[in-house]
Structures are given as C-alpha cells and as structure tokens.
Design a binder for this molecule. Sequence first.
Ligand code: NAP
Length: 256
Amino acid sequence: MTHSLNGRSVIVTGGSRGIGRGIAQVFADAGARVAIVARHADQAAAAAAAIGKGAIGLGADVTRRDSLEAAFGVVADRFGQIDVLCANAGIFPAARLETMSEADWDQVIDTNLKGTFLSVQAAIPHLKRSDQGRIVLTSSITGPVTGFPGWTHYGASKAGQLGFMRTACMELAKYRITVNAVMPGNIITEGLAGMGEDYQNAMAASIPLGCLGTVADIGHAALYFASKEAGYVTGQTIVVDGGQILPESLDALAQA
Ligand code: NAP
C-alpha cells in the first residue's frame, strides 16, 4: 500500500542530511509540504532546494525552546498548518563510561532526549489544530534493545525517548494526536558512507538480510505512522534493522 500525505504539512528536525533527509524526501514524494529544520540554516535550505516540491529549510536548535517556537511559527505561517512532526534530530559522539564527562553526557541527553521533549511541546499547539496530528520519533535499536560500547549516554537517550512517548501518546490522545517511534538499525548515511566499504561490509555481516538499511527504509516506516491509515496506532514502535537484533549468537547467524 502506498500512503499519501497529499496536502499535509510536515516538519522534520535534523532533515538536512542522513535519516532526516531521507524522511523528508519520502514525505515530499508522498505529496507533503516539508519543512526541514537543522542548526545550519544554509544546509537545511540546500536540502529543501534539492528535494523541491515546495520544501523549505529553516535554522533552529532543538535544545532551545525559543528557537523551536520561532521556527515552527514560521512553518505554520508559510504552510497554513502543521500536521506532522518528525522529531529526528540526534547526535552520537562516542565516550567510554569511565572517562565520560558531565558535559559529554549533557550534550547527548540535551539534544536527543530534551530535544525530543522541546520539539514535541513546541509542535502541540499547531498539531491540535490539525485533523490528522501525528508525531513520529526517531529512536534506535541502540538503548531500547541493544548496547554498543561508547554509547551509554546515547543508549539512555534513545530508550528515554520511548518512555517519553508512552505517556505523551496518552496525554495527546484527546486531541487525536498519535505518537509513535521508528527504531533504526545500521543505516547508510553520508557519515557512515565516508567510513569506507570494509567498515560497511563488516557491519553488514552481522545483519541477517546481509546489508545496511537506507534512509528511505526509515522514511517509509515513518510515513506509515504519519498516514491516515495509521490513525488508530499510537504509542508503538517499529524496528527497521534487517533482522539485526534477532540472532542469539554469531553461530546462530553463521548457521542461517
Ligand atoms: P546525521 O546524519 O548526523 O544528521 C543529524 C541531523 O540532525 C542533521 O540534520 C543535523 O543538522 C541535525 N541536528 C543535530 N543537532 C541538532 C540540534 N541541536 N538542533 C537541530 N538539529 C540538529 O544523523 P543520522 O545518522 O541521520 O541520525 C538521525 C537520527 O537517527 C538520530 O536521532 C539518530 O539517533 C537516529 N539513528 C541513526 C542511525 C544510523 O545508523 N545513522 C541508527 C539509529 C538511529 P545540524 O548539524 O545543522 O544541526
């Protein structure tokens, strides 16, 4: 089934590159007017120009309430409404637990978890006016399901998003706003592509489907949650990882 977002207005935080850029493209291809939000306004505008189809790019920092409110206000003025928020902006700098500073911790939690809270809160007044209000979070398998050395703070932030979601969806249900989350596995982004083919092959070897995911794979999962057809789905997650979390051991994968 192909889901249509014809005439719907969508904000994608962190949409200037990577997964957010993929979500923005899939939504634009499904007929939505897309607003890309990132700290670097020039990169957000460049991504929007590349997508075309009326997409716009704006500068805003998800760690700052005033910045988000101003940007979302501009989107509402330009598009006349906001129907969907894809709260996707996130960072993943590695730091080992024994040497992690408070600043390391705060930076990741502020962007990924507090940034989710602030983005959702800034969107609520706009989404309440929509007859198809949708919030789609980009979480991860890392934290909610798996662990990865160097990412205690990141894993906590990604698991925290799901805890946030499970109460947010209840509080917003009276406005018919749904809140759901996509949990990506290893997805090919510009950053990962730059790490070379050997690195990608090594990662692909741990995935039953034998390859990394694409940003469009995540975009299509987000599109389902944003669709009219998903109107009765809230507080739920979908893992998009090529089966990566399933093998009990390397031997199980080798025997498959
Ligand atoms: P990415 O390529 O590094 O892109 C991150 C995006 O977020 C950029 O547009 C960046 O633009 C924006 N951003 C960062 N900090 C921001 C802030 N404070 N305010 C506003 N925008 C901000 O990252 P990605 O790999 O696509 O990851 C996107 C999301 O997917 C994250 O939530 C990540 O946790 C999740 N995820 C990724 C993977 C993966 O394999 N890539 C797997 C699981 C989950 P500016 O720098 O201009 O702000």
